[in-house]
Design a binder for this molecule. Structure first.
Ligand code: SF4
Ligand code: SF4
Length: 261
């Protein structure tokens, strides 16, 4: 693997492709423990694949783009529903996110991404981050759970200040490639999804299956009509303009605001 000389103050991805070569199970241990306990029926959002099979999240609008690119490039990206909510009122399965069912990313060829010039998924653009300091998980933020495995990090993880404001300032300066901003925006979108689900339930626009036997959930999911999460939000008038929302996300507007503040 070819490595560039590392500037300790600025991250530079050497495009070794290793984060794209194994996309299964890339997450901190505490996250996989949480998923094992909670993701298979105890919450409104239910994961449709076991933890060891999961790869990374494609939000519904990202999955749509990836489907176009797989056609353009003649690739079978094996894009499948990843997490879903079963709405007992409308008897529909709301697909919150998708994933690519593959060990290596199907868009990776000879260590190069075949869609590098496109607006790829957040996960493609936030690595080496695996979470941002803004994510509220109930688990203490530690320097060693911010990053995934990346040989271009050098001393960056070691040099992160402990104070949260200093940490944010340091990470903003040290990642001019935008990965930090993308990580903050990704976490914002995760929180946005959770908040919108609560809003839907409070306004009685959604009656999710919770504590539902998992096998039965999977069967009902298979047999139900499907709708993407953002389409459901639009239909229920929780958002007014879907394209505008996606543009706001694409431009990292929420992340910019959070980092500035
Ligand atoms: S982010 Fe790190 S692991 Fe991924 S391609 Fe760049 S250098 Fe390699
Ligand atoms: S789409 Fe490209 S950047 Fe994203 S995981 Fe696949 S190869 Fe890597």
């Amino acid at each position: 693997m070819e490595l560039k000389v590392i500037d300790s103050e600025k991250f530079e991805c050497c495009q070794c492709g290793s984060c794209c070569a194994n996309i299964r199970g890339i997450m901190p241990k505490e996250s996989s423990n949480f998923l094992e306990q909670m993701a298979f029926g105890k919450l409104p959002i239910v994961q449709l694949v076991p933890v060891n099979k999961m790869t990374f999240t494609l939000w519904d609008w990202e999955a749509r783009r990836f489907r176009e690119w797989e056609k353009e490039r003649g690739i079978d990206a094996r894009i499948k529903p990843f997490r879903s909510i079963l709405d007992l009122d409308s008897n529909r399965a709301i697909v919150v996110s998708y994933f690519m069912d593959s060990t290596a990313c199907p868009f990776l060829e000879d260590k190069k991404c075949k869609i590098y010039d496109k607006k790829r998924a957040y996960i493609c653009r936030l690595f080496p981050f695996q979470r941002s300091p803004f994510l509220h998980t109930g688990q203490e933020l530690q320097k060693n759970n911010i990053f995934g495995k990346c040989d271009s990090l050098g001393d960056i993880a070691k040099n992160i200040p402990d104070n949260k404001n200093e940490m944010i300032s340091y990470l903003s300066k040290t990642f001019p490639d935008g990965s930090f901003e993308n990580a903050v925006q990704f976490d914002h979108i995760s929180e946005f999804v959770n908040k919108k689900i609560i809003e839907l339930i409070k306004e009685k626009k959604l009656r999710p299956a919770i504590n539902y036997p998992y096998d039965m959930f999977l069967k009902r999911f298979e047999n139900s009509e499907k709708i993407d999460f953002t389409d459901f939000l639009l239909e229920k008038e929780i958002i007014k303009d879907k394209e505008e929302l996606i543009k706001q996300f694409d431009n990292n507007e929420d992340a910019k605001e959070k980092i500035k503040n």
